[in-house]
Every structure is written in structure tokens, then in C-alpha cells.
Design a protein around this ligand. Sequence first.
Ligand code: TRH
Length: 384
Amino acid sequence: MSPLRSFDIFCRVIDNYGDIGVCWRLARQLSDECGATVRLWVDDLASLHLLNAQIDPGCVCQHAAGVEIMRWEEELPAVTPADIVVEAFGCGLPERYMEAMAARNAPVLWLVLEYLSAEPWVREHHGLPSPHPRLPLDRYFFFPGFEPGTGGVLREAGLFARRTAFGTADQHRFWASVGFEPPSAGATVVSLFGYEHAPVGGLLDAWAQGDVPMVAAIPEGKLVTHALDFLGVTAPTNCHSFRRGNLEVRILPFVEQVRYDELLWACDCNFVRGEDSFVRAQWAVRPFVWHVYPQQEGAHRRKLGAFLDLYCDGLPDAAAEAVRGLWQVWNSDDQRPQAVGTAWRAYWEQRRALEAYAPAWAERLAGVGELAGKLAQFSQDRIK
Ligand code: TRH
């Protein structure tokens, strides 16, 4: 594929880090791997700064990792639109910018990048045109997905090689970099990234009372408060490590996005959430548990069910049942603390089957094709 021309990516941070997490990854990949000139417009630079410390949250225009980053303010400066415009997650484009798109001599391609879902309708909607009601602009829907015929998910070219090369010494370096000794050899190590309504107390309790040593690595954020409640820590503390029975809880600093993979690779099992961490856990080829982002009218339940149907399809029956059991409890409003402990034990009894399946699933997903490359190709085909 010949090098692409220019991209403008527009991103509004609704909440948390997934919207900017995906856009930042996409921007870097289009620049690094597709040879495109990329400008990323984002309305919340503080969130991007958390993912990459090099980014100055106070700067209106800056460059990092081969990407031009613009603070998206109410009043956009007069700029020439790029050849391809990505409107991430239906964030809308500024009126002035759309008029400039329509007025440009060379036509501009407008892609609406949608949220990731395994629902079957995604295949039929991926790539459909969506004529603008007023302006003469070519607009298309681009749907990420897990099956052929969708836009795939993001995966950097060197990711599998980096993961394979990440050995024990790297794991030790990772733990030291976040302020901890490496977990003891016999411990089961789990990262816990999820939303605040997860039944985290019940899970930690089951681990504390279990008969094997467990390490729960919890990134700073909403789950930490509940973990501290469970531990009975009521006053502010500088302590980051707590013990209860057979459980050690480690409160981890939020690491830069390029290092989040290392946390996943340093663990035996990863609890993830939203969109981007959910995808990274699949590339990490370890058992994982998804906390789906809650949506109105139960839309997230359909998303969860659709992914479970796809993912469990290749698993032995007992393992599939255990995955469904734990994921449903982790995502349910049923806060009976024992339920999650029982579901965890059933799940972890299937550990070997889940570990064996993880690389097969990643291979299958890689076979769908990779999102940045597919988006670049899709654009290339339409702007000849
Ligand atoms: O943060 P999320 O919940 O994000 C989202 C958004 O809320 C969005 O509005 C919603 O629509 C979407 O979920 C479905 O979860 P996600 O997508 O996993 O994003 C987290 C990002 O943070 C991801 O890029 C990984 C990164 N991360 C780090 O860089 N370092 C860390 O230490 C951790 C824990 C995460």
C-alpha cells in the first residue's frame, strides 16, 4: 500500500480513558505503520497525559510519537481539513470544519469510527455509506469487530514479538518499576481493572479465604476505593500493599499506555473493562474477565452476550460454562458476595483449558485483520 496522505482524528473524552485510548493508539499506528500524517484533536488533554506523560495538558498544539496533537476547543482555528477525517465514536464534527471539508477542492473522506461490538449486525453495517443530510460529503461507518467482514481491532505490528520476548527478568523489572517485589513463585497473580459497581469485595474475600496465595494488582482508580473498604482501610494511607488471609492486594500506579501490556503479561489472569483494555487482554494470551461498560436500556448486556457466544464457541463445554458463569456474575447487579467467589473457583478450575485456548483465540482474531491497516486500506480504496 502506498503511503497514505493526511488524517484528522476527532475525539471527545466522554469519561474514563477508552475513547482517547483507542484514538491515541490509532493515531500512532497510522503514523508509524501506514506512513500517514496524523493530527489528533482531543478535548481533554489531561486524560491523554495519563496515557503518555510526554503530552503537556496545557499546550494547544504539540507533537508526540509522530502525531500532531491539537486541543479541541469550542472555537476551532481555521485549518485546511485532512484528506481523511475520522470522527471517533460519533463525537460530531465542528460546523466550521465541516464547511471547510465541503469547500475543499480535493474531496475529503469522512469515517465514523464506531464502538467495538461482537453483535452479528456489525458485519452488515461495517463500511456502509451515510450521506450527509446537507453537505456534499462522503461519509462511511467503520465498525471494529471480531469477525471477518468487520474492521477488526487495533494491534501494533510488533506486539506479538514484544509479548514473546517479555521474560521473567522483564516481569521483575516491571514490578520494581511500580514499586513492588516480584510476587512469590507459587502465587496466582491477577490484575483487576473494572468499574466501581463490580462485586470486588466478594472476590477479594474469596481469594483471602482460599487455599492458594493470591496477588491482586489493582490500578489506581475506582475499584481501589472498594478494595480499601473491604480491607477496612478508612483513613488516607500511603501504603500500597495489604494482606488479608492468603491474599495480597497491591495498589498500582496508573502506568503509561505502552506499559499497560506489561502489567497484563506479568499476570496469570486479567480483569479488564471497556474497549481498549478488553482488546489488550486478548492479545496478552492469558485468561481474562471482561467488565462491560454499562449502557442505557441494557445495550451492554447484548454486547456481553454476543461476545460470550463468539468466544465460548471454541472452548470445551465445562470451560465455556465457567467463563459464562464468572463473566455474568462480575457484570451482574447481584451483589451476593458468595456468588462471585463460587464463580471464580469454577472458572479457575478451568485454568489449563483457558490458557490453552488463549493463543488460539488470539490467532483467530489476528486472522480478521488489524484495524489501523484496514482503515487505511478502506480509505485508500475510496480516495483514489
Ligand atoms: O477507561 P475505560 O472504561 O474507557 C471507556 C470509556 O469510558 C468510554 O467512554 C466507553 O465508551 C468505553 O470504555 C467502552 O476502559 P478502556 O477502554 O479499557 O480504556 C482504558 C485505557 O487505559 C486503555 O487504553 C488502557 C489504559 N490504561 C493505561 O494506560 N494504564 C493503566 O494503568 C491502566 C489500568 C489502563
